[in-house]
Design a protein around this ligand. Structure first.
Ligand SMILES: [Zn+2]
Length: 156
């Protein structure tokens, strides 16, 4: 697991040790130093004024634990009425990639697991379900569980 921070606007940022977090004076968006180039303007509000270091204890900041490649997490079961061939049985799953995408207009961590490479999961949603899923699936591993019956695989 790796620590990310969620700012007061709901944007998530991965915290890298070599990076400092800086807050734009004007729009209050938070950036890593590696995202900013010296002397350039804020990527969000285009202000070219000042950035302030974000204190770890800044109360506007919420920290979240986000999986890393190689971590095990739990995925939920997905059943599809009209394309049962894609049915998936939840359980433990190995994280193979974590990327930052956008959900509802905010930077959000997404995870991709070896057991279901074609899907990326919004970690902010998934993390709320982890305890429940752990209880339900225990040690069993997530796997494809295709239902090929024609009545569950209509393409109309
Ligand atoms: Zn700004």
């Amino acid at each position: 697991m790796k620590t990310w921070v969620k700012d007061n606007q709901g944007n998530c940022h991965e915290l890298r040790h070599e990076d400092e977090l800086l807050r734009c004076e004007q729009c209050e968006e938070i950036f890593r130093t590696s995202e900013l180039h010296n002397g350039h303007s804020c990527p969000q509000c285009l202000n070219d004024h000042r950035f302030f270091p974000v204190e770890e204890r800044d109360e506007r900041i919420e920290t979240i634990e986000v999986p890393e490649k190689g971590d095990w997490i739990y995925l939920p079961t997905s059943l599809y009425l009209s394309h049962g061939a894609d049915d998936f049985c939840g359980g433990r799953a190995l994280v193979i990639e974590v990327r930052r995408g956008v959900s509802a207009g905010r930077y959000t961590p997404f995870v991709i697991c070896a057991e279901r490479r074609g899907s990326q999961y919004n970690w902010l949603v998934l993390m709320e379900e982890q305890d429940e899923l752990r209880e339900r699936y225990g040690e069993s591993e997530a796997h494809a569980d295709p239902d090929l019956r024609p009545e569950f695989n209509r393409w109309d």
